[in-house]
Design a protein around this ligand. Structure first.
Ligand code: CAA
Length: 258
């Protein structure tokens, strides 16, 4: 991989977008690498949480690569958009929990990458924006879809139409960021949250993620039906037996993977 770093420790995989000279801008090669890497992570039972971050002090990801797009044709623009959709949808739906560690600028495609993660933790120097209409384009890596789902239609429209850059506190206030932490504590906070999630019944966490993701895209009745199927499926696990028995026996549960 030319543009990504990846390491795994204590069941946590860390993906680092690594193009610091271009503030980690996402070009097609990086998107292809991300899609491939996420496909590999998806199959790994030894990884329970994935943290996505950017290389260097300044940026998480400063957007799609403008230098690549500047001479692009409509067909090439669409292809890049579809490639990002594939990579981000894969990331959004892997069985592992994903946390975006937003360590600086999360602009355009960067904000969109963070929104494809389950949880966003922002360093206090993080800045979010969807600046595409300054460039004569629209958010194309899912921003017109995921931003309104996260912060509501009105706020999403304001952010996209004005291109206003918001700081980490404002992102937290509107529900775009889950938490704001001093930048030196960003990784330790993400790892601590990862550790907490890993200590739970991990198949149940995966089922809950699937129920939430699927439910957000269907009507309430269909979502609830899907939830009931997954709830039933959870009853087939040893963790359900152990978790409930431990509660009734007033002891700590020894939860495993299933
Ligand atoms: N694409 C390509 N290169 C980029 C980039 C991007 N999105 N963002 C930054 N860079 C490059 C700069 O061109 C510069 O390269 P050189 O050193 O070779 O000149 C380098 O990164 C450092 O950037 P700056 O000198 O601009 O750094 P700065 O501190 O003055 O400004 C910034 C930082 C405010 C983030 C500024 O770089 C910026 O505004 N970047 C573009 C942000 C943007 O418009 N993003 C949206 C892209 S479109 C998109 O993402 C579409 C979509 O929905 C998928």
């Amino acid at each position: 991989m030319n543009n990504l770093l990846f390491n795994v420790e204590n069941e946590v995989g860390v993906i680092t977008i690594n193009r610091p000279k271009a503030l980690n801008a996402l070009n097609s090669e990086t998107l292809s690498e991300l899609k491939q890497l996420v496909g590999e992570i998806e199959k790994r039972k030894d990884i329970k949480v994935v943290i996505v971050t950017g290389s260097g002090e300044k940026a998480f990801v400063a957007g799609a690569d403008i230098a690549e797009m500047v001479n692009g044709t409509p067909v090439e623009g669409r292809q890049m958009c579809l490639l990002a959709h594939e990579a981000f949808a894969k990331l959004e739906n892997i069985p592992q929990v994903t946390i975006a560690a937003v360590n600086g600028y999360a602009l355009g495609g960067g904000c969109e990458l963070s929104m494809a993660c389950d949880i966003r933790i922002a360093a206090d120097n993080a800045k979010f924006a969807q600046p595409e209409v300054n460039l004569g384009i629209i958010p194309g890596f899912g921003g017109t879809q995921r931003l309104p789902r996260l912060v509501g239609k009105g706020r999403a429209k304001e952010l996209i139409f004005t291109t206003d850059q918001i700081d980490a506190q404002e992102a937290y206030r509107i529900g775009l960021a889950n938490k704001v932490v001093p930048k030196d504590e960003l990784m330790s906070t993400c790892l601590k949250m990862a550790e907490k999630i890993i200590s739970k019944a991990s198949y149940a966490v995966t089922l809950a993620k699937s129920a939430i993701n699927t439910g957000m895209d269907v009507d309430l009745a269909s979502g609830c039906r899907f939830e009931s199927d997954l709830f039933g499926l959870a009853f087939s696990t040893n963790d359900k037996k152990e978790g409930m028995s431990a509660f009734l026996e007033k002891r700590k549960a020894d939860l495993k993977d299933f």
